[in-house]
Design a protein around this ligand. Sequence first.
Ligand SMILES: NC(=O)c1ccc[n+]([C@@H]2O[C@H](COP(=O)([O-])OP(=O)(O)OC[C@H]3O[C@@H](n4cnc5c(N)ncnc54)[C@H](OP(=O)(O)O)[C@@H]3O)[C@@H](O)[C@H]2O)c1
Length: 316
Amino acid sequence: MYRLYGIDNALDAAGMDAVDLLRAFFLLAAASSLSVSIPSSLRSRFLIYGPRATSTGSGSRPPAGNTSGLLDYLATWQVPHVYFTHFYIASVLSSAFWGFQLFFRGAVFQAVASRVSEEHRLQSMSLTQVMICWLLLAMQGSRRLWESFAFAKPSTSKMWFMHWLLGLGFYLAAGVAIWIEGSGTILTRSVTIDHIKITNAPTMRTFFCVPLFLIASGMQHDCHHFLFSLKKYTLPDHPIFRGIVCPHYGAECVIYLSLAVLAAPPGQVVNKTMLSCLAFVAVNLGLTAQTTKQWYMQKFDKEAVQNRWLMIPYVY
Ligand SMILES: NC(=O)c1ccc[n+]([C@@H]2O[C@H](COP(=O)([O-])OP(=O)(O)OC[C@H]3O[C@@H](n4cnc5c(N)ncnc54)[C@H](OP(=O)(O)O)[C@@H]3O)[C@@H](O)[C@H]2O)c1
C-alpha cells in the first residue's frame, strides 16, 4: 500500500484505523454541535437555521460587546437554507462513486480498505448486506435530491456556513460508513449473480429493517410534501404534526437506525460506525427540533405545542 504520511502517521500515533476515524468524526461533530448549543450566545448565532432563525425569542442575542461583535461578524457568514440541495448532490455522487469502486475494487476503495485493521476486517458484513445497505443509502440520497427540486419554494431563510460544510462532510462520510465494516469481505469475494437473486430468502434483519426503512422514508416524504404545501410559515396541522413537532426529523433517525441494524457485522447487534452516524443525526436534529418547538410556542400557539413530542413519541 502507498503510504499517505500525514494520515498514516496520525492514525498510527492515535492507534486508530479508518473505521475508528470515521466513528470519531461523527461523534466529535455531534459533540461540537452539543457544545455550541449550550451557551445561548453561540446557539442563537450559529446553530439556529431555516425558518426558526426568524424568531425573536430563542434566537434573540445578548447585548453587544467586543466578543459579541466578533461573534456577530462570524454569524453573518451565511448561506441560503436551499443549499441543503448540495448535501444530496454530494450524497448521490458519493453513492455512485463508491458503488463503482466497490464493484471493481478500485484504487480508492483499496486505499481505504488497506487502512482498516485486521480486527475490523475479520468481523465483516456479508456482500449481500453491503449491497442492500449501499442501495438503501443511494435511494435515500436520490429521494432527498428529487424532493429538494420538486418541493422547492421561494425562501430567504439561511444557515451558518459551517453548518453547510459540516453537512457536506457528514454526507461524504456516510457514503463510506455504509460499507467500511464490509471491507474485509469485499477484498476477498467478488459479487456474483447469486448475491442479487431476488429469490434469496431474506434474513430476519432484512425482513424487519428494509420495511422499517421504507415506511420511515414514505412518512418523511409525506411530511416534506406537507411542509411544501404551506403557503407561509404556519403551525403545521397535518395529523402527524399534531402529536410531534418535527416528525420528518424522527423519520430521519429511524432511517439511520434501520441502516445501523441492517449493517451489523456477524455476532453484533448493530453496526457501530452507522450508530455513530445516527448519533450525529439524532443530536443535530434533536437540537433543531427543540428550537422549532420554542419557535412555534412563541410565534403561534403555546398551548397547542407544549405537549407535542419533539421528534419521536415520548421525547419532549
Ligand atoms: N442527516 C442529517 O444530519 C440531517 C440534518 C438536517 C436535516 N436533515 C433532513 O433534511 C430534511 C429537511 O430538514 P430541514 O431542517 O431543512 O427542515 P425544515 O427546517 O423543517 O424545512 C423544510 C422545509 O419546510 C419549510 N418549513 C419548515 N417549517 C415550516 C413551517 N412551520 N411552515 C411553513 N414552511 C415550513 C422550510 O422553509 P424555508 O425554506 O423557508 O426554511 C423548508 O422549505 C429533514 O427531513 C431532515 O430530517 C437531515
